[in-house]
Design a protein around this ligand. Structure first.
Ligand code: PMP
Length: 294
């Protein structure tokens, strides 16, 4: 699914077939989760292949490398240029792009001086599908922001996402919703959450969540459309009185929730802000609509 004999990845300065690369089994990324990644999408637009908000994504990647003390030399602009070349070499138009920074062989708990960059890409449909999701409240919480840099995509942080997703799937749900350490609603395992209540949208503020680029785009779209949107904490019981709710993320795009635990969101999805925003987001990424800020 991810590659074949004709595929290329970018690996430490070269375009190679994935089979031509090897992974160091003594590396810190494998042993301790000390790596950083991004999840980006490119879309086939009327003006050709366009990566959506590439500089925002590459800046977040670089920020992740910085906080983990990695000596990472590429600029966001260089990464953008390499990624366009990579898409072209793979003849991909609609693609998911996965840059990954790994650290070298070093069993100490100090960041290794060796830093590697790999960029992979493949065709990938909407990560959580198109159907409304049946979500469960996870027994796992999002990490304490004093235990790690929650706004960065450090590979090790994703153990929390895997645990909560496994739990949800094992119990027959589609996805997990996680609370933060103060029992406020935080986010999904790999996406942000919005709720609609009485003609207004509310999403948790930054602090305990990933500052999602899609979340930000949705807030920008709301402002342009005059939809009222507020960033503020809310509890699980607030969410279980909402009219509607949806998740946002680069991989998931915008996807509606059918239910949360035993609670069914009462507003028909087609009549919700989420539904309108899902279509506006799609128009935006394929270039049928422009944002003043992009
Ligand atoms: N929360 C988590 C935990 C994530 O992993 C992601 C995906 N990066 C998001 C939210 C959504 O972020 P974005 O919109 O930048 O993809």
């Amino acid at each position: 699914m991810y590659y074949n004999n004709d595929s290329y990845i970018f690996h430490n300065g070269k375009f190679l077939n994935p089979a031509e690369t090897n992974i160091n089994l003594y590396g810190q990324t494998l042993h301790y989760g000390n790596g950083v990644f991004e999840g980006i999408r490119a879309y086939n637009t009327n003006e050709g292949v366009k990566i959506f908000k590439p500089l925002e994504h590459f800046k977040r990647l670089i920020k992740g490398a910085q906080v983990m003390n990695m000596e990472f030399k590429y600029t966001p602009e260089e990464l953008c240029e390499i990624t366009y070349k990579l898409l072209e070499k793979n003849n991909l138009k609609d693609a998911y792009i996965r840059p990954l920074i790994t650290t070298g062989a070093d069993m100490s708990l100090r960041t290794s001086a060796e830093v590697n960059l790999t960029i992979q890409c493949w065709e990938w449909g909407k990560y959580m599908g198109d159907k409304l999701l049946r979500v469960m409240t996870s027994s796992f919480q999002r990490p304490n922001p004093k235990s790690c840099f929650v706004e960065t995509k450090v590979t090790g942080h994703y153990v929390n996402s895997i645990l909560s997703t496994n739990e949800a799937k094992q119990k027959g749900f589609d996805e997990a919703l996680l609370l933060d350490m103060n029992e406020n609603v935080a986010e999904c395992s790999g996406a942000n959450v919005f709720m609609e209540k009485g003609n207004k949208l509310i999403t948790p503020p930054r602090g305990h969540i990933m500052a999602g680029i899609t979340r930000n785009t949705i807030i920008e779209l709301c402002k342009e459309e005059g939809f009222e949107v507020e960033e503020k904490h809310f509890t699980l019981s607030d969410l279980k009185q909402a009219d509607s709710a949806f998740f946002t993320g680069t991989a998931a795009e915008v996807v509606g929730l059918k239910s949360l635990d035993e609670y069914h969101f009462p507003l028909a999805w087609e009549q919700s802000f989420g539904y309108k925003l899902m279509h506006m987001y799609k128009d935006l990424v394929v270039g049928k609509r422009k944002l003043q800020s992009v």
